[in-house]
Write a protein of this length. Structure first.
Length: 592
């Protein structure tokens, strides 16, 4: 009987504890309506907003429901930035913000703590809206603003998460040596706004801050800047459009690989510029060929002398380097090496108006036309194509023939048809070739108008990210090109204003205040099969389209936590400090 009584008491206590825990649990009851109401600030229980002559002390923000803090590192923005890490904690329904003991606030400065979406309710994670805490260490609250939009200089797409920094020190070096006086961060639309700015002249600077120290101290941090200093006053509150870019690094050799006999591989820290020249020491090499690609350059060689030699790399007076090519075991290389067919260029269907490209793993020294047979149609009629070698490295045998639309062909390369620079010969190669129908292609008649005869341009036709054709244009007001038998696609015209006429897009440079060259894109109407498309693109239209994408945001009314939930008690304190409030807040209070 005593055991049953003890068990009953234990069960009763467990049930009571469970019920009490359920009552204390602030989560949403199962089956109830979804909570879509964000937490509301309770001003009368919170630290007073818009204080002047502020002295460092904990800031308490109390809400009408239980809240939590999420992603404070990215969401909470403090301007001017603090030197030391702050502390955020929760006590009941109150968020407590505390400065580090070592933090020294600037004199006569207006601070803004924008909590973004960091404060959320614990049931459905609805973020509290427009929670900003503003105070001044001086006698008044600054109420001016700077806003703008930051876009990628090449694509004109908005950049999210970029900082726009304002410095009251206008020296050029300040972006590398000092933290900003104010800053704002762009949203997904590339727009930023810095509120509560004082009247002054500032240096402005946009930065993608890789190491999060508010300094431009890394070569590959993306940057942008206006063309002049920014004057902020009651009558002039700037609205900016900033093109962000990454500065081009000085040319540097990253790879000089001579580990394999017969080939040296060179790579740079950027696509090789056109004005970089590569030459070599002459030691009576039997054969030496250069194969240039955007990311690498391969130097193929054949020599029978046991003598090291050098490769010279030069870019005017800007860059000079050498590569020592060591003696390698030629016999061991030839013992294991083979000349290998790597495949046909292009798609599985042969283009009816383009040559056939046959690629090999080594440069080709010679080919025997008697050992190369091309047969047409199912009747296997022997036909004679013209043959040549691609001049870029000679690793491609080009077979040109007036293909008949829709016909099948077969290609046979008999043993020894191709010989490489090491005297290695190819094995048997058999290839079936299916020529596509001509009607599966379209013709594009492209015109680019409203060019300036005094300027140079780069005009590119692109299929997605791939550049199909490139044209360098100067001294013309209009450019036209017929592009026949293109595969159906939606092409894009990309036009670059080539300010220095070097035939490529150039990035900006902060130290010389050089902006990146302007680049525009325009999507064309879809090119369909068996169709002629006449496309006229004007530079004026492309510039207008780019300006619209870079259009700075219009001024929006400021919404702050203090005026959205004000009560009678807080209104009294607010009215005593009307002169310290932003004009939008002051106007709304006076109207009420």
């Amino acid at each position: 009987m005593q055991i049953k009584t003890t068990l009953f008491r234990f069960l009763l206590l467990s049930l009571t504890g469970f019920l009490l825990w359920q009552c204390a649990n602030p989560g949403r009851p199962e089956g109830g309506p979804r909570d879509e109401t964000p937490p509301k600030l309770v001003p009368e229980k919170s630290s007073r907003n818009y204080q002047t002559n502020y002295k460092k002390s904990p800031i308490e923000l109390t809400f009408n429901e239980w809240v939590e803090i999420r992603d404070a590192f990215n969401q909470v923005i403090i301007s001017p930035p603090l030197q030391y890490k702050y502390e955020l904690s929760i006590k009941g329904k109150t968020i407590i913000f505390e400065f580090d003991e070592q933090e020294e606030l600037r004199e006569n400065a207006t601070y803004t703590i924008n909590f973004g979406e960091a404060i959320q309710d614990i049931t459905e994670r609805n973020p509290a809206q427009d929670v900003r805490y503003v105070f001044s260490t001086g006698d008044y609250i600054d109420s001016l603003s700077v806003r703008g939009i930051i876009v990628d200089a090449r694509t004109t797409e908005p950049i999210e998460g970029a900082l726009f920094l304002l410095y009251d020190n206008t020296a050029d070096s300040v972006v590398r040596t000092e933290r900003p006086f104010y800053f704002g961060r762009t949203g997904a639309d590339g727009q930023f706004i810095i509120r509560n700015v004082k009247a002054d002249t500032f240096k402005g600077f946009a930065l993608l801050d890789n190491n999060l120290n508010y300094l431009f101290d890394q070569a590959q941090e993306a940057i942008g800047f206006p063309d002049s200093l920014l004057v902020v006053s009651d009558s002039l509150q700037p609205s900016l459009s900033i093109r962000m870019f990454t500065e081009a690094l000085p040319l540097r050799l990253t790879t000089g690989d001579d580990s394999q006999y017969g080939r040296v591989r060179i790579a740079f820290n950027q696509p090789r510029p056109d004005d970089v020249y590569i030459t070599h020491e002459n030691i009576s090499q039997r054969k030496i060929l250069y194969e240039t690609q955007p990311d690498t350059t391969k130097i193929w060689y054949e020599t029978t002398t046991d003598q090291p030699w050098q490769i010279y790399i030069q870019q005017d007076t800007l860059f000079y380097d050498t590569i020592d090519v060591r003696v390698r075991d030629r016999a061991a290389f030839l013992e294991n090496a083979t000349l290998t067919f790597e495949g046909r260029g292009g798609s599985s269907k042969q283009h009816p108006r383009e040559p056939l490209a046959l690629s090999f793993n080594h440069p080709i020294l010679a080919y025997d036309t008697n050992l190369i047979q091309l047969y047409e149609d199912t009747s296997k009629t022997l036909v004679r194509p013209s043959l040549s070698l691609d001049t870029n490295g000679q690793r491609t045998l080009v077979l040109d023939y007036k293909w008949k639309s829709g016909k099948p062909y077969s290609l046979e390369l008999m043993p020894g048809a191709v010989t490489d620079i090491y005297s290695l010969k190819s094995d048997t190669i058999l290839q079936d070739i299916n020529v596509d129908l001509l009607k599966n292609y379209g013709n594009l008649f492209l015109t680019v108008d409203s060019l300036s005869a005094d300027s140079a341009y780069i005009i590119e036709l692109m299929d997605g990210e791939n550049v199909i054709h490139t044209y360098k244009v100067s001294g013309q007001t209009s450019f036209g090109q017929e592009l026949r038998y293109l595969r159906p696609a939606t092409f894009t015209v990309r036009l670059t204003e080539d300010w220095n006429g070097n035939g490529r897009w150039d990035s900006g440079l902060y130290d010389t205040y050089r902006q990146p060259e302007l680049m525009y894109t325009r999507d064309l109407e879809q090119l369909r099969a068996n169709w002629d498309l006449e496309a006229v693109v004007t530079l004026d239209q492309m510039q207008q389209q780019a300006r619209q994408k870079r259009q700075p945001p219009l001024a929006r009314p400021e919404v702050t936590a203090i005026d959205s939930t004000a009560t009678d008690s807080t209104a009294v304190d607010t009215l005593r400090n009307l002169d310290n409030l932003p004009p939008s807040v002051r106007d709304r209070i006076e109207k009420n």
